[in-house]
Write a protein that binds this ligand. Structure first.
Ligand SMILES: [Zn+2]
Length: 375
């Protein structure tokens, strides 16, 4: 039976469930989840994930990008998967890194094109880094989230204690291999994409230098000052990029949905803005989008005021909040965690990367408020 037919059948089951279960004021978790996914406007595959359907019974996620052919770039010219080009004129060392998450192939699509077309710096040094090629090589269109990593999340390893511990994994081996190279980088742009619907955004962490860089780039315009994850430090949180005495800077672009061409276009635009801002490429460089590409909106900084971690298996959002879409009213119930209500702590609350299906102990959403512009 075709998968979509099965899913349409499931819709009937869900509606039946909803009628049968939604009798109490709040209903059960299943009921809330059913109601949310029916009203969601999510793709059938995301709706199925949000509803907790097992993978085998879910429609396929849409993959509208083809994984690039990276064999020519595998060996690198300074390290495996690392291409680094110097210009005759002094300037900063700028690095763009993709595939920190092996399934987020948009960054690899962009960098593959730049390399094929011969992008070179006019000033300083430009490096392009394919971070987790081992995970990327496992990318499977039929199960495209599975290749995020091999052993562990490569974007939770960047505190010094972890890097220097005796612990071993595929991702730690690669992080340790990249570390001396990353120590030479002045400005880092880390390219990522998202599963759940969200406006593109830039994560700048706690460093004032990173936040200022994000606002100066302005593509994407929403810049998030956040505290990272309890589970471990991200690459943008790596000591050289945040040390008060240092000067190196890093930002992470969440450029849009995984596997969409528009996400690659946002990555191209963000990289172009960065390289032009730093004077790292020729003003008329034809490989990247034009220097004065307009941003969608003026840049705005938001700071995370609350990180919501799911405590129960029954965590469910009241509706499928879109990342970046402002919730106007303070005290709005946005989710239930078991019987606990999760409310917006202030007016004009910005949900950052809500995960519409989450497990106990995982971040369900971060809530942020706009930071007034300094005069
Ligand atoms: Zn990512």
């Amino acid at each position: 039976m075709p998968r979509h037919t099965w899913y349409a059948g499931f819709g009937d089951v869900r509606r039946g469930l909803a009628r049968g279960l939604c009798r109490s004021r709040r209903g059960t978790t299943a009921c809330r989840r059913v109601r949310m996914t029916e009203e969601s406007g999510l793709s059938p595959a995301l709706a199925a994930i949000a509803a907790g359907l097992p993978h085998a019974a879910s429609p396929r996620l849409d993959v509208r990008l083809s994984p690039p052919h990276l064999k020519p770039w595998r060996d690198g010219n300074v390290l495996p998967g690392v291409w680094s080009f110097g210009a005759p004129v002094d300037g900063p060392h700028v690095a763009v890194i993709g595939l920190v998450h092996g399934n987020e192939i948009g960054g690899a699509v962009a960098m593959d094109r730049w390399l094929r077309q011969g992008l070179r710096p006019a000033r300083g040094r430009l490096s392009l880094v394919f971070a987790n090629l081992t995970a990327f090589e496992r990318f499977d269109r039929d199960d495209p989230t599975a290749s995020r990593f091999v052993d562990e999340d490569m974007n939770r390893l960047w505190d010094i204690d972890t890097l220097e511990s005796g612990r071993r994994s595929c991702e730690l081996r690669r992080a340790r291999e990249l570390r001396p190279f990353l120590d030479t980088v002045d400005v880092l742009l880390d390219l990522h994409s998202m599963l759940w619907p969200s406006d593109p955004l830039m994560l700048a962490g706690q460093s004032a230098r990173g936040q200022a860089l994000g606002l100066a780039l302005g593509i994407p315009p929403l810049v998030v000052a956040d505290q990272g994850h309890e589970a471990g430090a991200r690459l943008i949180d790596y000591a050289p990029f945040i040390a008060p005495a240092g000067a190196a800077r890093a930002v992470l672009v969440e450029a849009g949905s995984h596997w969409e061409q528009a996400t690659v276009a946002t990555m191209d635009a963000a990289a172009s803005r960065l390289l032009h801002l730093l004077g790292a490429i020729d003003p008329a460089e034809p490989i990247l989008p034009p220097r004065y590409l307009p941003a969608d909106a003026p840049p705005r900084l938001v700071e995370v005021t609350r990180t919501v971690t799911a405590r129960t298996p029954g965590f469910v959002f009241m509706r499928p909040f879109r990342g970046g879409a402002v919730v106007k009213q303070r005290n709005t119930v946005i989710a239930l965690d078991g019987e606990e209500e999760i409310r917006t702590p202030h007016d004009d609350c910005v949900p950052v990367m809500p995960s519409l299906r989450t497990m106990p102990g995982h971040t369900a959403v971060r809530l942020a408020r706009f930071v007034p512009e300094r005069p």
